[in-house]
Write a protein that binds this ligand. Structure first.
Ligand SMILES: [Zn+2]
Length: 338
């Protein structure tokens, strides 16, 4: 069969047009990560998301549709062990057809050590604390499905009160870490899909500019409330604190998988009085009544923070809304508190 010049011209366009190159099948674990991936893929394709809606990554259970999405994936982005515990086993079981990218290992990312029990002091009497035992219980439960031979070391680590990471894995709550993740995402997608390399690169440059702008604006938002201590629901904010020098005085839960007991609540109530913590922040996935319990009889006010974006629609803008909302909530509550 003879090709006409018109057909030759058409096939040349098909080969060279980035918009027509089929993007790889990409899965992202949680909303903040999905948002960064969606920014890099903007105009090319859309990643799918595992933890949808208002679910918390700390208590999530995989659905059959999630397992199917993972099976079909060319590339999977997640933060890493210790954050998306529900993904640890399914990712181990994935064949070599999918590239799994652990973003906590992205070059240039800053990692801070895991803090036991929020920003409160270390336990003076580790033996009798009920919540310590509960925490161990939760870790054991999360390892139930794992093979004993491969997870001996992890079980040992759980003895020390935390799972498989010595680092706080809420890495995305610093826009500079988001930039490190974005660079790794762009590099991975370019390798998997070289036909769209130019578009990924342009999207990365645009995202980096937006992240720099966000960083400047957040620094300005929280500047007036830097000295005011506050209490959070779970210890997710270390990276935000480190970047913007705000003062988290403690967290209500020791471990977000486990609700705090009466002893822990009265301990925090006492801390709020001692420190003069001016605001206590609930989170949308967790029981807001606990916040009222710990502020009762104190002048502290309550607000809401959403570090895992439970209330936000997924997409390229989500990351920016998530971060701006944290800055705005801190400023609103703390600037009106005495
Ligand atoms: Zn968290």
């Amino acid at each position: 069969m003879k090709s006409t010049p018109a057909l030759l011209f058409a096939s040349t366009i098909l080969l060279s047009s980035p918009a027509l190159a089929e993007p790889p099948n990409v899965v992202a674990s949680i909303k903040p990560i999905h948002s960064l991936v969606a920014s890099i893929m903007q105009g090319i394709g859309e990643p799918s998301l595992v933890v949808e809606g208002a679910a918390s990554p700390h208590t999530y259970n995989m659905k059959p549709s999630n397992a199917a999405a993972l099976q079909a994936a060319r590339v999977v982005f997640w933060v890493g062990p210790g954050l998306e515990i529900f993904l640890e086993k399914p990712l181990e079981a994935l064949g070599s057809g999918a590239k799994v990218v652990q973003l906590s290992e992205a070059p240039g990312i800053e990692k801070l050590p895991f803090r036991e029990g929020g920003a409160f002091e270390p336990h003076e009497d580790g033996d009798e604390h009920g919540e310590e035992e509960h925490e161990h219980g939760a870790e054991e439960a999360s390892h139930e499905g794992h093979d004993a031979d491969t997870h001996g070391a992890a079980a040992e680590e759980a003895e020390h009160g935390h799972g498989e990471s010595e680092f706080d894995m809420h890495l995305w709550l610093d826009p500079m870490n988001a930039k490190a993740m974005a660079a790794q995402i762009e590099k991975t997608l370019t390798e998997a899909d070289p036909a769209n390399a130019a578009a990924y690169k342009a999207n990365l440059e645009k995202l980096n500019r937006r992240l720099d702008g966000l960083d400047k604006s957040l620094a300005g938002t929280v500047a007036p409330i830097k000295d005011k201590p506050f209490v959070v629901f779970h210890d997710a904010y270390q990276y935000f604190e480190h970047r913007y020098k705000v003062r988290v005085a403690g967290s209500i839960t020791v471990s977000p998988e486990v609700l705090p007991g009466a002893e822990r609540l009265s301990e925090i109530h006492a801390k709020i009085e001692d420190l003069g913590a001016t605001c206590v922040f609930a989170e949308p996935q967790f029981e807001p009544k606990l916040v009222n319990v710990v502020i009762e009889g104190t002048p502290a006010k309550s607000g809401t923070l959403d570090p895992e974006a439970a209330t936000l629609e997924g997409g390229p803008d989500l990351y920016f809304q998530l971060m701006e909302n944290i800055g705005a909530s801190l400023k609103d509550c703390l600037s009106s508190a005495s």
